[in-house]
Design a protein around this ligand. Structure first.
Ligand code: SF4
Length: 443
């Protein structure tokens, strides 16, 4: 039996290249490959870097979908199914919207795939495939099989995970809609084995919160420190209350940490279910502690909660400039299906497009709901302007020395590359049509 994994793309503008920073190794398929019996032949097609071969010789196509890639995934799936190829679908979007995914798949696998994937493969072989496989959240020891990436040109960064779940439950977060407040640690021995066999020195830990369970974080960070790797990851500002943890992060190779600060407005934090961040203490001091530990911060902010008005943007950019963040993102709120934000906006009649992810006229940067005090277009434009303002050459230069001190010389080139291209890259992403222009030759 032959299985072909397909990584769907978001979309691209006609005649243009796919966005470079969206071309990371898709860890999900390496994990599924690690769970696949050896008698099954595997292949990977990545829509982001190559044309999909719709005539490929395969018995099964397996697609993991996110909300942004759902429309493209359905297009691809429909073409393979029209030829009689069995299509299996999973991923976060399929988990949060299984009935929608079922219209384009022979079977939908919700949740984590460790138990459902081997079962579904066995059922395909035996000719008794079910329509739905419900995976429970959890962690089953498995090593990703990254040999499926051979010959593909990805960014030179290894993606890995150290656990699943976050421990918090923010209103807009699709991840926590699945995991709730639960957290599932990956065994430390598996993390060490995985990272010590990695091809690259730089790693991105894909977890939503690497400090969700402090004891686990301390254990794996101590264990990987001797490997001499460098890593970046995502975490909450709670880390700043624990000096020992910050030191361990640095000693284990962390140089850059993405922190979702989201908003400087307390009523917004309350609305998004993130008031716990206010209870941590003085925000400026906590940020300083992270910086003092030698960690650069990639700060992310989200606009469009009801307390935001036009002044919110200037004050947030000034705050980001004051702290000389390594880099920052100024995004508008997106109502992901299955989240409490989505349900709230729908109940308030504020969704402009109920199924925006299936709408071929929707483009990257469009706001899919009606903000409280400004137009959707204005919200999108102010986010774009904030990013441009933060990537002004003068400001990037002023932040540059801080970045060198915090993240070290090896990541300094990345600092310049990321920050100087920030505004330009955003302009290239804006107006990217969902599922658009992907069957033309990649550049
Ligand atoms: S802290 Fe981040 S990952 Fe965790 S629930 Fe909130 S938004 Fe999601």
């Amino acid at each position: 039996m032959k299985v072909t994994f397909i990584q769907p793309a978001i979309g691209k503008k006609a005649g243009q290249k796919y966005i470079g920073t969206w071309k990371m190794e898709p860890l999900t398929y390496a994990t599924l490959a690690g769970l696949t019996p050896p008698d099954v032949e595997l292949a990977l097609m990545d829509d982001r870097i190559e044309l999909i071969d719709y005539e490929a010789d395969t018995d099964v196509v397996a697609i993991s979908i996110e909300t942004y890639t759902a429309l493209r995934a359905y297009d691809i799936a429909d073409r393979f199914r029209a030829r009689g190829v069995t299509v299996l679908m999973g991923g976060y979007h399929a988990t949060l919207a299984p009935n929608e995914a079922r219209q384009h798949a022979d079977a939908v696998l919700t949740g984590n795939g460790e138990k459902t994937w081997p079962r579904a493969l066995a059922d395909v072989k035996a000719g008794r495939l079910q329509k739905l496989y419900n995976g429970q959240p959890g962690y089953v020891a498995v090593q990703p099989n990254r040999s499926i990436f051979e010959g593909k040109r990805y960014l030179p960064i290894t993606l890995a995970e150290v656990g699943r779940g976050c421990g918090h439950h923010c209103e807009f977060c699709a991840i926590s809609s699945y995991y709730g407040r639960a957290y599932y640690p990956r065994p430390v021995v598996d993390i060490v084995q995985d990272l010590s066999g990695s091809r690259h020195r730089f790693h991105f830990i894909v977890d939503d919160n690497v400090v969700a369970r402090k004891a686990h974080a301390r254990a794996w960070m101590r264990a990987v420190a001797p490997l001499g790797i460098r890593w970046a990851g995502q975490g909450t500002l709670t880390m700043a209350r624990d000096p020992e943890l910050l030191k361990l992060m640095f000693d284990s190779g962390c140089r850059l940490i993405l922190i979702g600060l989201e908003s400087l407005n307390d009523s917004n934090l309350d609305q998004m279910g993130k008031s716990w961040e206010r209870a941590l203490g003085e925000r400026d001091e906590l940020i300083q502690r992270v910086h003092d530990a030698g960690l650069g911060i990639y700060a992310t902010f989200v606009f469009g909660f009801d307390g935001d008005d036009e002044r919110s943007f200037d004050s947030t950019v000034a705050f980001a400039a004051k702290h000389k963040f390594y880099t920052a993102a100024f995004n508008h709120l997106l109502p992901y299906p299955g989240t409490k934000t989505y349900e709230r906006l729908r109940a308030q009649g504020r969704l402009l497009r109920e199924h925006w992810w299936l709408d071929r006229s929707y483009t990257y940067g469009d706001v899919a709901f009606r903000p409280a005090v400004m137009s959707p277009e204005r919200l999108s434009e102010l986010c774009r302007q904030a990013r441009h303002e933060f990537s002004r050459l003068g400001l990037v230069g002023r932040r540059g020395w801080a970045a060198l001190r915090r993240a070290g010389p090896r990541l300094w080139w990345l600092y310049w590359a990321m920050n100087l291209s920030l505004g330009e890259e955003l302009d290239r992403k804006m107006m990217v049509p969902l599922a658009g222009n992907l069957d033309e030759l990649p550049k």
